[in-house]
Design a protein around this ligand. Structure first.
Ligand code: IVH
Length: 668
């Protein structure tokens, strides 16, 4: 009887949610709804064996998530190519109509500024909600997503067995403000903007807190093996009728457009009206409405050819420049940073802006107290665009770039042809030492668990550690002298250091922190030379022979390995057992054995030679032209039309760069 009651309550509460969120009607009061929900919750407590992750009670959360599992997306989550002006849009439309050989109907939508989410339903139940991650793998955040009020947990019987719906999870401005007020009251830092807050919330371990924060969602794409829609707009209307959150017609948030002028009018309208929306957008998305045509145009490696994002001009605002502070990077590079009167730009409070270098300070002719225009270009780091000279006080003090390091007082130098000033006191400037150690332990470098920047700070200030090798050699008494370091933390850190010894050579090379050698460059160099001694003994010319390694990197590598103290440190790390050697075979597979490939177009991750090397290293064979003997055509941006035509005629399988990377297991 009670089990039947549980079932009945679940169905009835799902129905009330559907009425409320989809039909915009209510047939019971909030009080009655809460009473039913409470009854269900109590029954579920008595009968835990009938737990259902999609029960309406899950909307209030309660489950605690220890860690988020990584999931492979069934279909890669690609991004959109961006455009910033009307000419780009016009030429995109002309290009698409040429490729399609006909006039095109367009579905134009707002570009919601939140966090992308993929919702997978099986047998009409939500089974997985996964973040975009790197596009191929994302984090399973199902428990938290189930608390989002307007995401349906179950679907009506007209929905197919298998369904994937994608969209954006976001904060309305009002929920965001409320959240920040509460954080301030409880002494926590405010979130910088609604997007950060949404992404942070999806990763919370306490789902009840996620529920309280009141996230929202809007969906924009549908995939299913069992659905055959003619148009994108039909697909969205259909999922809207199944309970998914989509803009209602009367909002005008989405529109069908039949000409360039229609589209440009929509863009102009929303550029003006975006500030009246209850949530943030960062542009609009223009999509071919006909799904047959979408399929005909297909995808480039990173984005569909049938859609484009239009980014609105970033806002420019006026604020006061109070001071300039100087940041010291791990390589000694000095970057001036403007300290501003706090100001809102596109949903973010801006307090600092980058000024790049000394030339920029003189070019802008900055004075303390100046009224300066700030822009958040592409929503990244805000920068000062110009000064309103009419507002300058007559006695304003001009800002002069510093001559000495603000940490160690070393005289700064600037090399010919370099816009940056440097502190050359590499061995003793504490900020640089801390920066290098923080880089070394970083998740993307040696990934040493148990140490954070506070620990590094203490280790350097106490004079215990200046070089990575000293971290490994630090005895228990050394760790014990740190604040907040008890037995458990010491065990963790020692285990973390031990674990880090299995980190691959390419990451060890990256963690050395050589100027201009990022993770990708380190990977290229490590894979090319396979051994640190070969790198140390290489000439600049040999380095330059590696594709994508330019003179700046080659020079920097050469300078680094000419330094006696760097070589001594590498020897110490070698003796400690870090990986300074890695044979190619260790990282490649034989997955493509016996398969033939033709490669055409330009790729994002690989150069043309790079993708060919990857095919060969994984046992595949490269052919120069498409013939019935070809197994696969790997299609990049601007794939040759005759190759594509032949591939279609010979029924040769097409692979995108991403699909190829998944196949060979090279997804990072
Ligand atoms: S369609 C192949 N429509 O923008 C990608 N995306 O760079 C198709 N976004 O990651 C995406 N609003 O998270 C689409 N109306 C909308 C969107 C939208 C926001 C996000 C999405 C995606 C990013 C594209």
């Amino acid at each position: 009887m009670s089990l039947e009651r549980i079932q009945g309550l679940r169905e009835s509460l799902h129905d009330h949610n559907f009425r409320y969120y989809v039909l915009d009607e209510t047939i019971i009061s909030d009080f009655e709804f809460d009473k039913l929900l409470l009854e269900l919750k109590e029954l579920e407590n008595i009968f835990p064996e009938v737990f259902d992750p999609n029960s309406p009670t899950q909307k209030v959360g309660g489950q605690v998530i220890k860690s988020f599992n990584t999931c492979l997306h069934k279909r890669p989550m690609l991004s959109l190519s961006n455009s910033y002006n009307k000419d780009d849009i016009t030429s995109f439309i002309h290009r698409s109509e040429m490729a399609a050989g006909q006039k095109i109907d367009w579905s134009v939508e707002l570009k919601y500024d939140g966090v992308a989410i993929s919702l997978c339903y099986e047998d009409r139940k939500l089974v997985r909600a996964v973040t975009r991650g790197d596009g191929l793998n994302g984090d399973d955040v199902s428990v938290n997503v189930r608390t989002i009020k307007n995401i349906p947990l179950t679907l009506p019987s007209s929905a197919p067995n298998e369904l994937e719906v994608r969209g954006e999870v976001y904060f309305t401005f009002s929920s965001f403000e409320k959240l920040n007020e509460q954080r301030l009251l409880s002494g926590q830092n405010k979130f910088a903007n609604p997007r950060n807050a949404a992404s942070g919330s999806l990763k919370l371990q306490d789902s009840a807190e996620v529920s309280r924060r009141n996230l929202s969602a809007l969906m924009y794409s549908v995939y299913s093996e069992h659905l055959d829609f003619k148009t994108h707009s039909d697909s969205l209307s259909c999922i809207q009728s199944w309970g998914f959150p989509l803009p209602n017609k009367e909002t005008g948030w989405a529109k069908l457009c039949y000409s360039i002028d229609d589209i440009l009018d929509y863009l102009a309208l929303w550029d003006k009206q975006r500030h009246d929306l209850p949530f943030g957008i960062d542009g609009a998305v223009i999509k071919i409405n006909d799904i047959g045509l979408q399929e005909k145009l297909g995808f480039s490696a990173k984005s569909p050819r049938w859609a484009i994002a239009y980014k609105f001009d970033s806002e420019m605002v006026l604020t006061i420049l109070r001071d300039v502070k100087y940041q010291i990077g791990r390589t000694g590079a000095i970057t001036p940073v403007a300290i501003l009167d706090p100001i809102w730009i596109s949903g973010t409070v801006v307090r600092r802006a980058s000024i790049h270098n000394a030339d920029q300070i003189s070019k802008l002719d900055l004075h303390i107290g100046d009224s300066v225009y700030i822009e958040k270009g592409g929503e990244i780091i805000p920068k000062i665009i110009s000064v309103d000279f009419s507002k300058r006080q007559s006695d304003a003090i001009q800002i002069k770039f510093i001559s000495h390091c603000p940490d160690c007082a070393e005289l700064l130098t600037r090399r010919a042809g370099d816009a940056q000033h440097y502190c050359q006191n590499t061995e003793r400037c504490k900020t640089q030492i801390k920066g290098r150690l923080e880089h070394f332990i970083h998740r993307k470098a040696m990934n040493i668990d148990g140490i954070g920047s506070e620990t590094i700070d203490q280790l350097v200030e106490l004079g215990l550690v200046f070089k990575p090798s000293q971290l490994y050699n630090l005895q228990v008494v050394g760790w014990q002298s740190l604040k907040k370091f008890k037995d458990k933390s010491i065990q963790n850190v020692i285990a973390g250091m031990k674990e880090s010894k299995s980190v691959s050579f390419e990451r060890v090379l990256f963690s050395l922190g050589i100027r201009h050698v990022g993770a990708t460059v380190a990977k290229k160099i490590a894979r090319h030379f396979e051994d640190i001694d070969a790198i140390i003994n290489s000439s600049e010319e040999e380095l330059l022979e590696i594709e994508t390694i330019g003179p700046m990197i080659a020079k920097s590598m050469h300078a680094y390995f000419s330094d006696e103290s760097a070589l001594i440190e590498i020897q110490k790390l070698k003796d400690l057992g870090l990986n300074f050697y890695q044979k190619k075979e260790d990282s490649e597979s034989n997955n493509l054995s016996g398969k033939t490939f033709v490669v055409s177009g330009v790729f994002d991750f690989y150069t043309r030679d790079g993708i060919k090397t990857a095919i060969e290293q994984n046992g595949g064979k490269i052919l120069s032209s498409v013939s019935p003997k070809t197994d696969y055509l790997i299609t990049g941006k601007g794939v040759g039309p005759s190759k594509l035509k032949k591939a279609i005629i010979f029924e040769i399988e097409l692979l995108t760069e991403n699909e190829f990377r998944i196949w060979i297991g090279s997804t990072h």
